[in-house]
Design a protein around this ligand. Structure first.
Ligand SMILES: Nc1ncnc2c1ncn2[C@@H]1O[C@H](COP(=O)(O)OP(=O)(O)OP(=O)(O)O)[C@@H](O)[C@H]1O
Ligand SMILES: [Mg+2]
Length: 334
């Protein structure tokens, strides 16, 4: 398959907080993260709050500079692109932000907010053309009656409608890759499926690749179908591979813990299932990550080596995984 985006050994360090206090200690929001997205593929990135998902999304779209590492788009290093190539990259790689309210200017109508990127990226020549194109797109994403939605201000819309507006804004400039950052987390449960279906439709009809960022495995599984899942923990990728394969036999103890936290629909399965396999529920401070494997203080399988040596990502069972004990860990059934 054709690679669209390649993220190689990305680090991102921020000046951080230790508890309530600002320190000079660096927070490793991302440490040595690599990822590849193929044309037309959907990848889910999953992990708890603070593990670095949004940071990775912003780096991939060029909104945040990485501390180290490289990003290739269509085999071109984005740090070395010409102005024309960079403009094309900025048009083709779009981010749908986590907070739909903050992502829209509150004092402008939806039409005014959406026409600018289309004109800036020369997708349309003027306001009239922008309106025409947006009318089509609003129909497609289900924001009807179209005229009424264009006149509205962000606060007059529901969370689900604002997410549709953001997806329309991304779609309007002809993207090849959309980074959707928790697009359904602030939306009513009853409307989530419709939004996920909309993204699936954008993927199927226009061949748009997606990086779907979430902390929720159920929606990841729903949307990914045939694509990959990357599991992140405290700034690191801990398991990455084809979703079907990974979830059929999840190997990293952290992923097993995530899966065991999902309530089973079947009461029999729920009874047979082992307890939540975590030693501690607390997430360590990213400014002060544990020595060795970052997951070791919470891991029920941890041995000496896990406290001493940081595990590398290695290929095993058709995926990559960072765990010293991968061979030994029992199969997790859920
Ligand atoms: N601008 C910033 N300055 C300092 N630290 C930051 C900044 N942005 C993120 N961080 C820190 O980097 C780490 C990763 O943050 P990030 O927002 O990427 O996590 P996330 O996985 O998206 O979390 P959530 O699920 O809550 O959205 C966190 O420890 C966060 O506090
Ligand atoms: Mg986030």
């Amino acid at each position: 398959m054709d690679t669209l985006l390649k993220v190689k050994n990305i680090d991102k360090y921020y000046k951080g907080k230790d508890g309530l206090f600002q320190t000079n200690k660096q927070v490793g929001a991302l440490v040595d993260v690599s990822l590849e997205v193929n044309k037309g593929e959907i990848i889910a990135l999953i992990g708890e709050s603070g593990c670095g998902k949004t940071t990775l999304g912003k780096i991939v779209t060029g909104l945040v500079e990485p501390t180290a590492g490289e990003i290739f788009y269509n085999s071109k290093d984005i740090a070395k692109m010409t102005k024309t190539e960079r403009n094309q990259f900025r048009r083709e790689v779009q981010m749908v932000h986590q907070d739909s309210y903050a992502a829209l200017n509150p004092s402008r109508t939806i039409f005014d907010s959406l026409k600018d990127p289309m004109i800036r990226h020369k997708v349309v020549k003027n306001k009239i053309e922008a309106r025409k194109k947006l009318e089509e797109l609003f129909e497609l994403v289900g924001l009807t009656p179209v005229d009424q939605f264009m006149k509205k201000y962000p606060h007059q819309l529901s969370g689900g409608q604002r997410q549709r507006v953001l997806l329309t804004r991304a779609l309007s400039v002809g993207p090849k890759l959309i980074i959707a950052d928790e697009p359904v987390s602030m939306v009513d449960v009853s409307l989530r499926i419709a939004l996920l279906d909309l993204m699936s439709k954008m993927n199927k009809e226009f061949g748009i690749s997606f990086i779907y960022i979430t902390h929720d495995l159920a929606t990841a599984r729903y949307i990914v179908k045939g694509g990959k899942i990357g599991v992140m923990y405290l700034g690191k990728m801990v398991e990455l591979g084809e979703l079907e394969k990974v979830l059929e036999n999840p190997r990293h103890p952290y992923l097993q813990a995530l899966l065991s936290a999902i309530p089973a629909v079947d009461i029999e399965i729920s009874r047979k299932r082992r307890e939540l396999p975590l030693k501690s529920v607390e997430m360590p401070n990213p400014a002060n990550p544990p020595q060795g494997c970052r997951f070791n203080p919470r891991c029920i399988y941890a041995e000496d080596i896990c406290e001493k040596k940081e595990p590398e990502l290695v290929e095993s069972r058709g995926r990559v995984i960072a765990c010293h004990l991968e061979e030994k860990i029992p199969k997790w059934t859920y």
